[in-house]
Write a protein that binds this ligand. Structure first.
Ligand SMILES: [Zn+2]
Ligand SMILES: [Zn+2]
Length: 293
């Protein structure tokens, strides 16, 4: 497969025709409306042989695991993310000896960063590269967004509570067992429950092998990044809460950026119907070069 469109050598190819063995950009494929199912009502056709072309997603433009991880690590340093981390870190300075204040503070910081991270993911799967602002959540979707963040937080809460609980019972083996299990299932479970918007999808681990095959090392990177999140209570108790808050905020943004990219990469394996229109502006020739094909 070629990285660039056969007709437009400066445009990223996002489609591939198996029969012609040719790669095409967004402007080159033909769009046909079909009613296969409720979601899938449009297919893309090869301009030459008129067969269905295969969406290669961001595969062509996505970098190898080192590059994409490095880029995701730098992502939180963009303008608005930096403000979010800074504000929440300042809130984290208020951690004191008062248990009740600390608990309330923790809930507040967590809700805000989890909410923002979800926003980062929504932005990423729409093909956007810049970090979102809080105002990017449409008001009509706000309730939905809050529910989603709440549900995800419950999953994190269970994972973190099982880990710290086992540690406090002096059962390190059990604790690290829970840590390993959650590190493995969290990336897939979260992706599944986020795209289906259903809580129970978290436990649908059937696509694991296929997703892992497609994402490989990137999945392993996410597993490692999840470790501080699963051990969050332990970190807060054992270390300076003032230092843990910026770390967790930073990590959550990186994690959700990578989760979004993985959803784009293996949307087929995850059974997620991608809205190709989101990528139209970005990859259209007019947008790239200021002229029409
Ligand atoms: Zn083209
Ligand atoms: Zn063809």
């Amino acid at each position: 497969m070629e990285k660039y469109c056969i007709n437009h050598t400066f445009s990223d190819a996002h489609w591939y025709c198996k029969k012609c063995q040719v790669s095409y950009c967004f402007s080159c494929v033909e769009k046909k409306n079909f009613k296969f199912s409720k979601e899938d009502n449009c297919v893309h056709i090869c301009p030459t042989c008129k067969r269905m072309v295969e969406w290669t997603g961001i595969l062509h433009i996505s970098d190898n695991v080192f590059k994409s991880t490095a880029k995701a690590m730098l992502y939180p340093f963009s303008s608005f993310s930096m403000i979010v981390i800074a504000v929440l870190s300042c809130l984290g300075m208020l951690f004191s000896d008062n248990l009740y204040i600390n608990e309330a503070l923790f809930v507040l910081i967590w809700s805000l960063i989890a909410s923002y991270a979800q926003n980062v993911l929504d932005h990423t799967i729409r093909g956007k590269n810049e970090a979102p602002k809080f105002t990017h959540i449409p008001i009509n979707k706000l309730i939905n967004h809050i529910f989603m963040v709440f549900k995800q937080s419950m999953i994190y809460l269970v994972a973190a509570a099982l880990f710290i609980g086992s540690l406090q019972m002096n059962n390190a083996v059990l604790a690290y067992g829970f840590l390993a299990i959650f590190a493995v299932i969290l990336p897939l479970g979260l992706m599944k429950s986020i795209i289906t918007r259903k809580f129970k999808s978290f436990f649908d681990l059937a696509p694991f092998i296929n997703v892992f095959k497609r994402t490989g090392a990137q999945y392993l990177v996410l597993m490692v990044l999840f470790i501080p999140v699963i051990t969050i209570f332990h970190l807060y108790i054992s270390y300076q809460p003032r230092l843990i808050t910026p770390l967790i905020c930073y990590l959550m943004i990186v994690i959700y950026r990578l989760l979004g990219q993985m959803i784009l990469k293996c949307h087929k394996e995850l059974n997620y119907s991608l809205n190709y229109e989101h990528f139209k502006d970005k990859y259209s020739l007019e947008a790239l070069h200021g002229f029409k094909a």
